[in-house]
Unconditional design. Structure first.
Length: 214
């Protein structure tokens, strides 16, 4: 799968990237905490954690070109691994992180790792926080049209055999095509509940999940 550079990424997905990342850290004191940012993308979650005086951030992604060129990689608290999330889980043998986040990305990797693998990277009492689709997409292609900052956008999404196919277009840019797994809330609960106490907060068509390590 091809991922765009930061400039193209922010143009194609500007409407969504304008949303606050605060909900990923709701009620969490980040001061001195170890944070793991899975599929870090442009680095918005990591940068927020750093602004709240976290102790360490580890960013995992396979597309370093998506990172904001102004992200402070020279900050001593930051480290980055360019590797698939699944490989990171399989190789991890550390003490765990206080906060593990995944923004708009858990559907890419969740089916490929076990609940035990996920729990190993989170400290006891730590949290896994992610957002995802709340409702199952239609098998009929759905088209959304809108304007954002004067640019015309179209999104096409639909389901084939439990895989969501999504096309994001904007005037002046080539379309970005992605495919990822549909995962319903029961599957999340079944895999995570032996290791986490999970709370789902529905926000329109999507959901935020707050999972505390048991």
């Amino acid at each position: 799968m091809n991922y765009p550079d930061y400039n193209t990424y922010t143009k194609l997905y500007g409407r969504y990237l304008k949303k606050s990342v605060q909900p990923f850290f709701e009620g969490i004191d980040l001061n001195g905490k170890r944070v793991l940012d899975l599929c870090a993308g442009g680095g918005q979650l990591s940068q927020f954690a750093m602004s709240k005086e976290c102790g360490e951030v580890l960013m995992i992604d396979t597309a370093p070109q998506m990172l904001n060129p102004e992200f402070p990689l020279d900050d001593w608290r930051v480290s980055r691994l360019v590797t698939p999330v699944e490989w990171f889980f399989l190789d991890y043998n550390g003490v765990g992180f206080d906060v593990v986040t995944s923004r708009q990305a858990i559907n890419y990797w969740f089916k490929n790792v076990s609940g035990e693998d996920i729990s190993r990277v989170v400290k006891h009492g730590g949290v896994l926080v992610f957002n995802t689709f709340g409702n199952k997409p239609s098998i009929t292609p759905t088209v959304r049209e809108y304007y954002h900052e004067g640019v015309a956008y179209k999104e096409i999404s639909y389901l084939i055999d439990d895989t969501i196919h999504h096309v994001q277009t904007a005037a002046g840019f080539k379309p970005h095509v992605t495919a990822f797994a549909w995962i319903d809330r029961e599957e999340f609960r079944q895999k995570l509940s032996p290791f986490f106490h999970c709370r789902e907060v529905v926000d329109g068509p999507s959901s935020m999940w707050y999972c505390k390590k048991i």
